[in-house]
Design a protein around this ligand. Structure first.
Ligand code: GN1
Ligand code: MG
Length: 361
């Protein structure tokens, strides 16, 4: 998706000067993000991906307000520990420009940094603790009041169906070049249906989840390397614990970035997995059911496989969803994630054992 130029009108609407300092931040694959005067994070919400940006704002206001109270009550620093929406000069939570773009601003949290991959197992422990804490703090939030931001976001079988639709349409004639990857994906349909099956049978509870729990969605204190704040609340909505746990593992327990093309460098690291699992369960373990605990490793596999399916689908569709920086970028990402998913299949038993060991402390 190409960016939409940040106009003077947008800057003025938030009460900033026309010549405010604008720095482009390019971490995410979806929204356009800018740092203004080193103090504010301004984002244009991608309304191709998020057809109802207003719903994101409403979810975010509800959830951040709730978390602020919780954090304040336990003596935290709500200006640092949770995102804060900065309203426009006329007091609205979002600015809608003449072309219908939604612009949202949050306070930049100084002295922090985000990381694609962890520096150490301790950092992964911290990430686990932060996302576990996020989820357990929100366990009292009325999930039914949240909008479902993207329908079937982590419904893996629905994602496989979208791949099949892309193969059938094949708008760029690319399907013939990726037979092996397609075979990998379609050969795993049964496994892909496990979590949604348990949800539908009432064996897994629906919770308030973050749904994009990669490492880079946590801000760490630059000095202490402690997790400070969970960011990117765009996809907070009802979901499964296994989604949040799993997405972190896919992104954090790999020894390489998700678009690394040298697959020898892409390894599922059990020490990193253990560190995250310990952190996550230290904060959320007591609240989880036996079935949730049993299926955490399946969540790791499902999120890895699923995003691989989504990257492959987008490659076949002509790169219309995820931002790409080079030809074949989405295909590289898909291969990388499938490689990782395969390693998780081979280590499924050990992954389960580590969950149990982590619970024992
Ligand atoms: C997208 O934009 P970003 O980087 O926060 C995507 C996630 C994927 C992720 C893969 C709304 O997240 O689901 O896991 O890329 N977000 C959306 O890096 O589709
Ligand atoms: Mg995101």
């Amino acid at each position: 998706m190409s960016g939409t130029a940040l106009t003077e009108q947008v800057l003025l609407s938030f009460g900033w000067a026309k010549d405010a300092g604008v720095q482009v931040l390019s971490g995410g694959h979806i929204n356009d993000t800018y740092l203004i005067d080193g103090r504010y994070v301004l984002q244009r919400i991608n309304h191709f991906v998020f057809p109802r940006p207003q719903d994101i704002i409403e979810n975010m206001l509800g959830v951040t307000g709730f978390l602020r109270e919780k954090l304040t009550a336990r003596g935290g620093d709500p200006d640092r520990d949770i995102l804060q929406i900065i309203p426009t000069a006329d007091g609205r939570p979002v600015y809608i420009d003449d072309s219908g773009n939604y612009w949202r601003c949050t306070l930049h949290i100084g002295g922090t940094a985000s990381y694609e991959t962890p520096d150490s197992p301790d950092m992964l422990f911290e990430a686990g603790r932060a996302f576990g804490d996020f989820q357990s703090m929100l366990s009292g939030y009325p999930a039914v009041t949240l909008h479902e931001i993207i329908k079937d976001f982590h419904n893996t079988p629905a994602r496989v169906q979208q791949l099949k639709d892309a193969i059938a349409a094949d708008p760029k004639g690319r399907a013939k070049d990726v037979r092996e990857e397609i075979g990998f994906a379609l050969g795993r349909e049964e496994r892909a249906g496990l979590l949604m099956g348990l949800l539908n049978e009432g064996k897994l509870p629906l919770r308030v989840t973050h749904n994009d729990t990669k490492m880079s969605n946590i801000l760490f204190d630059e000095n202490t390397k402690k997790a400070v704040c969970v960011i990117d609340l765009d996809t907070v909505m009802p979901g499964l614990t296994a989604f949040d746990f799993g997405d972190s593992i896919r992104a954090g327990a790999s020894t390489a970035a998700e678009d690394e093309t040298d697959l020898h460098k892409v390894n599922f690291d059990l020490d990193l997995y253990r560190a995250y699992t310990r952190g996550f369960l230290s904060a959320a373990g007591a609240a989880l059911t036996e079935t949730e605990l049993d299926t955490l490793p399946d969540g790791a596999w499902a999120m890895t496989f699923e995003v691989g399916v989504r990257f492959l689908t987008d490659y076949i569709n002509g790169d219309v969803y995820f931002r790409v920086k080079r030809p074949g970028h989405n295909l590289d990402r898909a291969r990388n994630q499938f490689h990782l998913a395969l390693q998780m299949e081979e280590r499924r038993e050990e992954m389960g054992r580590i969950v149990r060991e982590a619970l024992e402390g």
